[in-house]
Design a protein. Structure first.
Length: 272
């Protein structure tokens, strides 16, 4: 790896960046872990750099641009990352636990197997991001745009997805127990084999959503709209179905034992 710095520019791999960033990087290079802890890096440009294993924990990364960078195994524990741009970057196996990414842009960002527990992605734009097998317990995605996201087999208990847009996302096999999806947009979202025990799905828009073999025991579906959705082989034991819209939905072999507030007229709508 070339970390040479001269008076004019700094060459890092095949990238060239400005001296202020160059000097900061060279100063903190060590044998294996690159220490950028508790630094003020606001509004700097780290695009197209190899920053694998760098540690930005506790740093101020407000407005930083890190597009198309290698941030695999990097640490951002408790970092301030509001308005950061990480589009197209590889953040797999990174740790952003407790970081604040409000209004961040992460389109096409790879966050596979990342630790995002207790992080805040409020109003973030994350179209086509990959979060498979990520740790998402208590992560806040309130109002986030998560269109076409791939979040397979993640651990997302008590996650906050309220008012988020998860249209066309693939969430297969993820554990969302006690998650909050209040008013989320779930059009064509895939929840196959997901765990949604005691989850809040009230007032969601879930037209054509796929929840085959999902576990929704004790879930709250009050006033949810699941027109033409599929719940084949799903478990809805003790779920609250008050004012839910299931017109044209597929409930083949669904377990609906002890569901509450389920009106008989809904059954007639299922075949329409």
């Amino acid at each position: 790896m070339n970390a040479y710095c001269d008076i004019e520019v700094f060459t890092y791999g095949q990238s060239t960046i400005f001296p202020s960033t160059a000097i900061l990087l060279r100063t903190h290079l060590s044998n294996s872990i690159y220490n950028m802890v508790n630094k003020n890096l606001a509004n700097m440009d780290f695009s197209k750099l190899n920053l694998e294993y760098f540690d930005f924990s506790g740093s101020d990364l407000t407005g930083v641009i890190m597009t198309q960078s290698n941030l695999s195994h990097a640490k951002f524990i408790g970092a301030i990352m509001t308005n950061i741009v990480l589009s197209g970057s590889d953040c797999s196996n990174s740790c952003m636990r407790g970081a604040n990414l409000t209004d961040a842009c992460l389109n096409n960002t790879i966050l596979e197997k990342a630790d995002l527990r207790y992080a805040c992605f409020k109003n973030a734009v994350m179209n086509s991001a990959v979060l498979s097998e990520a740790q998402l317990r208590n992560t806040n995605f309130n109002g986030a745009n998560l269109n076409l996201v791939v979040m397979r087999h993640a651990y997302a208990r008590e996650v906050n997805m309220s008012k988020a847009d998860l249209s066309d996302a693939d969430l297969s096999g993820t554990d969302f127990d006690s998650g909050n999806f209040y008013r989320a947009r779930l059009a064509k979202t895939i929840f196959e084999r997901c765990y949604l025990v005691d989850a809040n799905l009230s007032k969601v828009y879930g037209k054509n959503a796929i929840l085959n073999s999902a576990v929704l025991m004790g879930a709250n579906l009050k006033s949810a709209r699941f027109k033409k959705a599929s719940f084949a082989h799903a478990s809805l034991n003790n779920a609250n179905l008050e004012d839910v819209i299931l017109k044209g939905a597929n409930l083949t072999n669904a377990n609906m034992k002890n569901v509450t507030n389920y009106k008989e007229e809904h059954k007639e709508c299922l075949l329409q």
